[in-house]
Design a protein around this ligand. Structure first.
Ligand code: ACO
Length: 338
């Protein structure tokens, strides 16, 4: 009779904690006043419609992988984790350095995480939370012990700088977290993820892929820049984040009152206000930094998490909720006991 091998499912699932966070934003600040010189807009319009006052723009030779690696190094420092201890690197991004290799492979080379497996995921602004869930599954089922998760985007590289509908909203940056099994800790309690491909065209980059490759003929049509239906995106953002947050709390058996801090996607202060209203949570519990960084896509929730962590907005044992939405349409929410 053949011997039956020991399978992962025979081992009890492990709890997974975020043991370190880090973030990085480029040096160059682009204010609303600067944008007034580029497109027909005003500080007043941008501030009242979005809450954004400034954003960071990466230098020409500063790529997504460079920002991602800087954020990763800060997370590793906080977690006291050496590069060789990292088993897996996942980067959530829609602005990879190249189509291939994956940005995660570039990060691996820069930080010297020699034994890590590496891949990117594409879930737009939801990329970081999608990656957290993937990491937690790998650790819980004993495949890996230590995973580096990064959300990083250089959205300035896919902006149409003549389109005031989009160029005032976005910025560049990266955020990272180290996830690891930690006995006796609840860690990432639950994540709810969802998508609706029917809304793909409300926020998309039409060209540059195999459907519409950039050619000498169409190069001037800006097909490889981000196009957005702002009003529809706003509506779907409030709806989908509300659903994701509610489902994640239900799965965790908690209510909004149990939360010490909410880290939302940083797209627009009015979206966050609408979510706070819907969930009946005071706005003060939401960590907001979009006034300084704008919407940094997959990096946004990761940078906000790192900031809130370093500012001591929550303590060990507190419940926090992360909630995001992005192109796809994609959305997700995680409940974490710190
Ligand atoms: N400056 C001045 N006027 C502008 C600007 C600007 N930067 N941008 C648009 N306008 C004009 C438009 O041309 C339009 O003019 P018109 O009515 O004469 O055609 C008018 O302002 C539109 O005004 P509103 O419809 O009142 O604008 P709204 O309140 O919907 O705000 C905004 C627009 C900020 C884009 C909002 O819809 C929004 O935030 N949507 C969600 C965007 C978002 O979150 N995107 C990213 C999500 S996913 C991800 O993060 C990758």
């Amino acid at each position: 009779m053949k011997k039956s091998p020991r399978t992962r499912s025979q081992q009890p699932n492990r709890t997974v904690s975020i043991i370190g966070t880090g973030s990085y934003v480029p040096e160059r600040v682009l204010t609303n006043a600067d944008l007034e010189k580029i497109v027909e807009t005003s500080d007043d319009w941008i501030t009242t419609r979005t809450g954004i006052k400034a954003r960071r723009i990466a230098a020409k030779d500063e790529f997504t992988s460079h920002m991602a690696a800087r954020a990763a190094q800060r997370a590793m420092e906080q977690a006291n984790v050496a590069p060789e201890e990292i088993d897996l690197i996942i980067v959530g991004t829609i602005t990879p350095d190249n189509f291939t290799p994956a940005t995660a492979c570039h990060v691996q080379r820069i930080i010297g995480a020699k034994k890590a497996a590496c891949f990117d995921i594409s879930a737009a602004c939801s990329g970081f939370l999608y990656a957290v869930e993937i990491a937690q599954q790998f650790i819980a089922n004993h495949t890996y012990n230590t995973v580096l998760v990064i959300g990083a985007d250089k959205l300035s590289s896919i902006m149409d700088w003549q389109d005031r509908n989009t160029c005032v909203l976005f910025g560049d940056g990266a955020g990272a977290a180290i996830l690891r099994y930690r006995a006796g800790s609840h860690g990432v309690i639950t994540t709810y993820m969802g998508s609706d491909g029917n809304y793909g065209d409300i926020l998309h980059v039409p060209g540059g892929g195999c459907a519409l490759p950039t050619t000498a003929e169409n190069a001037s049509e800006k097909l490889n820049t981000l196009k957005m239906n702002g009003r529809e995106t706003f509506k779907q953002a409030v709806l989908s984040m509300g659903v994701a947050a509610t489902r994640a709390l239900e799965q965790a058996g908690l209510t909004a009152d149990d939360l010490t801090c909410i880290i939302p996607h940083q797209a627009n202060i009015r979206i966050i206000e609408a979510l706070a209203d819907r969930m009946k949570i005071p706005l003060e519990k939401f960590h907001v930094n979009l006034d300084r960084y704008g919407n940094t896509s997959a990096a946004a929730v990761a940078i906000a998490l790192d900031e809130a962590n370093r500012e001591g907005r929550f303590q060990v044992g507190d419940y926090i909720l992360l909630v995001v939405f992005g192109g796809g349409l994609t959305y997700a929410s995680s409940v974490i006991q710190w």
